[in-house]
Design a protein around this ligand. Structure first.
Ligand SMILES: [Zn+2]
Length: 581
């Protein structure tokens, strides 16, 4: 059995995410982790909130809270919503944790030892009223090109012209509105990614099994224009990981500065793994065995999930950090484990347009859970994950999909088999009869389908895994139509008993293979059969798997697994989430 480390891109702390964010990384990484667990692998599934950066400070100020207090509250909210969607993180950490502070400082110090950090003097806008340097996007003014009066220092949203803060007419702080701005010199650390271009290119070129979406984005950044650029990894802010060479070890000249959020956020994958060890009373060696090749991580398969916008940071910046910090350096030898597979997704659109937080357009994670249980969302989103192209969410398609796949196919099968058995044979797996060609044919179809499903999961082909899972449900329904136990009950009760027994065993198999998609339904199928999560293991050969529940095994009839979404409800939901216009 393999050791598989799975990370989901970190949700930013400043608000509740919409369904497009959910299917971008958290949900597919959960489904994959669950599938690998069902297959018996040793899985560690890690996520965290990404808490640093100016947007957090601004959101906190707007909410009238301190940044730390705001982050505490929003982390709790996001953790609760993650539970609501049954996201099965082994640990949901925080990029603001003490572990992340220490690891970020440690890795930066190693990069400096390796000669990969350069001090650069920059000229930046200083706002005396705010008492801080302002990032370009927090300087507002009138666009010199089109006259739009809320153009940002980096770009005019109205005419898309790229701007420099000095271009703006009537420039002001977007935080305080103060127009009294000055230019000051400030020193920053740059990561010399340009020195690592060849190593990164060799590494990426060897990843022949990665999706084209991933490698093409990485190669574009490696070779665009003058090639991979060095990158500022520090900022003049209060909220973040202080620039130090380790806890209590100052970095001369960098006092009062923090690491840039994009430097510390991916390191939080490692830090959250250390938090996981801490939370479980395990020693450092426990988390290091997942991340340090020199300390036992060589056999780990590390799989990252993210939206396509995050690919450059995960194929270039984060690997540059880990590669640069690895090897023999004055402070000792360390080998950090780089990602083995990156799964990236395209965008989910909402009813032909974009999800919009500001316009209230589209469904947000908390709202989704108020409307329907998580399995409905999980199934539609995973079965339609934007793997090769952007995908559109529409209520009509959602209604049609969940009604057909979940209610008519899976739910109906479970209901028919258990209810028929209870009414004719009672609440125990009936005895009598043997497999006929009907059962042997269905078992052969299941066997072939399981092989295809396993292949889809191993290739992280989630849409295909959903289609293969649905196909397994369909085999059961078609079998039931042909076996017709209700027609045989009076004339040949043994034949009917054998068919029902086969059907009940199929439910046990469905509980295992459906678990990555619809974990609640899986739990209820197991519960109805008097089984536990430990019984939701990947079926071996179909012959054994479909005879596992022997005659006499007790069961109960579960309540309806999936109620149908009716037209009136669907129309009301369409209207509710249409947005302001
Ligand atoms: Zn403009």
């Amino acid at each position: 059995m393999a050791r598989i480390l799975v990370t989901s891109a970190l949700p930013y702390i400043n608000g509740i995410k919409h369904l497009g964010n959910l299917i971008g990384s958290q949900l597919p990484s959960d489904a994959y982790s669950r599938a690998m667990r069902v297959m018996g692998h040793d899985v560690l599934f890690i996520c965290a909130t990404d808490e640093h950066g100016t947007p957090t400070e601004i959101a906190a100020a707007k909410a009238g809270k301190s940044t730390a207090e705001f982050c505490d509250e929003m982390h709790a909210v996001q953790a609760e919503i993650a539970k609501g969607f049954r996201l099965s993180f082994d640990h949901f950490g925080r990029s603001s944790s003490a572990r992340n502070h220490a690891l970020t400082q440690h890795l930066a110090a190693r990069l400096a030892e390796a000669g990969l950090i350069e001090e650069v003097t920059e000229r930046q806008v200083w706002s005396p009223a705010d008492g801080r340097f302002l990032p370009d996007r927090y300087i507002e003014g009138t666009c010199p090109n089109c006259g739009y009066d809320k153009a940002r220092g980096d770009q005019c949203e109205n005419c898309t012209k790229q701007l420099d803060p000095v271009d703006l007419i009537d420039a002001r702080s977007a935080i305080s509105g103060s127009k009294e701005l000055e230019i000051r010199e400030t020193k920053h650390l740059h990561l010399k990614q340009s020195l690592m271009r060849d190593r990164l290119r060799d590494w990426i070129s060897a990843k022949t099994d990665w999706p084209v979406l991933t490698t093409s984005i990485a190669k574009k950044w490696l070779d665009d224009g003058t090639g991979l650029q060095d990158r500022g990894i520090t900022r003049d802010l209060d909220w973040g990981v202080p620039v130090m060479k380790g806890p209590g070890e100052p970095w001369p000249g960098m006092e009062g500065k923090v690491f840039y959020v994009w430097f510390d956020a991916p390191i939080a994958y490692i830090a959250a793994t250390a938090e996981w060890a801490d939370a479980n009373g395990l020693p450092d060696s426990a988390w290091q065995a997942w991340w340090r090749d020199d300390l036992g991580a060589r056999d780990v398969r590390y799989v990252e999930f993210m939206g396509k916008d995050n690919v450059p940071f995960h194929t270039l910046s984060f690997p540059a950090t880990l590669m640069g910090a690895s090897g023999d350096l004055p402070s000792g030898h360390e080998d950090w484990h780089l990602v083995d597979y990156i799964k990236s997704t395209n965008w989910l659109n909402y009813e032909g347009g974009k999800f919009s937080t500001s316009q209230g357009r589209g469904v947000f994670m908390d709202q989704a859970l108020e409307i329907l249980p998580p399995d409905y969302w999980r199934w539609w989103l995973l079965a339609n994950i934007p793997e090769t192209d952007d995908v559109n969410f529409s209520w009509e398609h959602f209604q049609a999909t969940v009604n057909k796949d979940l209610a008519d196919v899976l739910g109906n099968f479970v209901s028919r088999v258990t209810k028929f058995c209870r009414s004719r044979f009672g609440e125990n797996v009936p005895e009598g009869g043997d497999w006929t060609d009907l059962e042997r044919e269905a078992a052969a179809e299941i066997e072939a389908g399981l092989a295809r499903l396993r292949d889809a999961w191993e290739k992280v082909a989630i849409r295909r895994a959903a289609a293969e899972t649905r196909a397994l449900w369909v085999v059961g329904n078609e079998y039931l139509q042909r076996a017709e136990p209700w027609a045989h009950f009076k004339t040949d009760p043994d034949r009917a008993a054998a068919a029902v027994r086969f059907g009940l065993n199929l439910i046990r198999l469905y509980a295992a293979v459906s678990r990555p998609f619809v974990p609640d339904a899986s739990d209820r199928m197991l519960e109805a059969l008097g089984l536990t999560e430990a019984d939701a293991a990947w079926p071996g050969d179909a012959g054994t798997a479909l005879t596992a529940l022997a005659a006499g095994h007790p069961f109960t009839v579960p309540d309806t697994l999936f109620a149908k979404l009716d037209d009136a409800t669907r129309e009301a939901l369409e209207a509710r989430f249409a947005g302001e216009g």
